[in-house]
Design a protein around this ligand. Structure first.
Ligand code: G1P
Length: 296
């Protein structure tokens, strides 16, 4: 799980805290992502971190004092939600020392992955409401069945949003699983080969590492993972896109508008506070003139 980025699109909230630790309703984003992966059978999670990301390690660490306090107060729910030792997962951490892009962050996992296929899950994207989604399992099935070199989760975005994402060009096949013939990172709408955006989950064979090494840095000195996948396509290796279903919707925390939307949707679905929060929102909306968005 690459979590090394600065989160500059979320400043000032991310000046001294990782964007992956921002809460969506009751939990930090990174906890949802871990829960999603574990529920899909992933048991070893390597975080590729950077400076200022220590709170991610702390979050998944054991806290004896908190454990004692919650036990004494008999707060079973909270004990369960913070007891990461009970999860069938092992956590590992390594640092990306220089900010050289997502491709370089993935390269930091080369020794960890070894000769095995592996999943990359971006730490700022949650799949499914409350991280309930089988997308990663579906992707793994496609990876095995098609002997793929890479399987990418994709979702449709509005044409005018293509410049925020990696965009894939699928072949002519119909349906939710298609071969990718070409990819481009953040194209202007006029140059985008489709409106299918890379949605933060990838499965790779270790062949990706050599491709990453061959990618030249972009204008900002970053090595793009999308460019490395394009090299897989150019070598004729199978790169497959799996479209997310509506229930597997991606909650993107990389920018404020979608962070706000994600927070509100998760808060509305909260089993304890959701109903009350809905009433509060309705009350606030009734007071808000739609044109300005200013409360009066
Ligand atoms: C990264 C990837 C991009 C992908 C996006 C999904 O971009 O480079 O291909 O579509 O994540 O969130 P970033 O958001 O890090 O700029």
């Amino acid at each position: 799980m690459p979590v090394a980025g600065h989160g500059t699109r979320l400043l000032p909230a991310t000046k001294s805290q990782p964007k992956e630790m921002l809460p969506v309703a009751r939990k930090p984003i990174v906890q949802y992502v871990v829960e999603e992966l574990v529920s899909n059978g992933i048991q070893q999670i390597l975080f590729v971190t950077g400076r200022n990301k220590a709170s991610i390690e702390n979050h998944f660490d054991h806290d004896p004092e908190l454990f004692r306090t919650l036990t004494e107060a008999n707060k079973q729910d909270l004990l369960q939600e913070t007891n990461f030792e009970a999860m069938r997962a092992h956590f590992f951490y390594t640092r990306q020392r220089l900010q050289k892009g997502l491709g370089d962050a993935v390269l930091c996992a080369e020794n960890f992955a070894g000769e095995e296929p592996f999943l990359v899950a971006l730490g700022d994207s949650i799949l499914g409401l409350n991280a309930v989604s089988r997308a990663v399992s579906r992707m793994a099935e496609v990876f095995d069945a098609q002997r793929a070199s890479c399987v990418i989760a994709v979702e449709e975005v509005a044409r005018e949003e293509t410049a925020f994402y990696g965009i894939v060009e699928p072949d002519a096949s119909e349906g939710d699983v298609c071969r990718v013939v070409h990819l481009v990172e953040k194209p202007a709408p006029a140059n985008a080969p489709s409106n299918l955006a890379i949605a933060g989950r990838y499965i790779f064979s270790p062949a990706i590492f050599d491709m990453i090494r061959r990618v030249a840095p972009d204008r900002r000195g970053e090595i793009q993972l999308t460019d490395a996948i394009q090299l897989l396509c150019e070598e004729g290796r199978p790169v497959i896109a799996v479209k997310l279903s509506p229930e597997e919707k991606r909650y993107d925390i990389g920018n404020f508008p979608s962070y706000f939307e994600s927070f509100v949707e998760f808060a509305l679905a909260d089993p304890v506070y959701g109903v009350e929060f809905r009433r509060t929102l309705e009350r606030l909306l009734a007071k808000t003139p739609a044109r300005t968005g200013v409360l009066v």
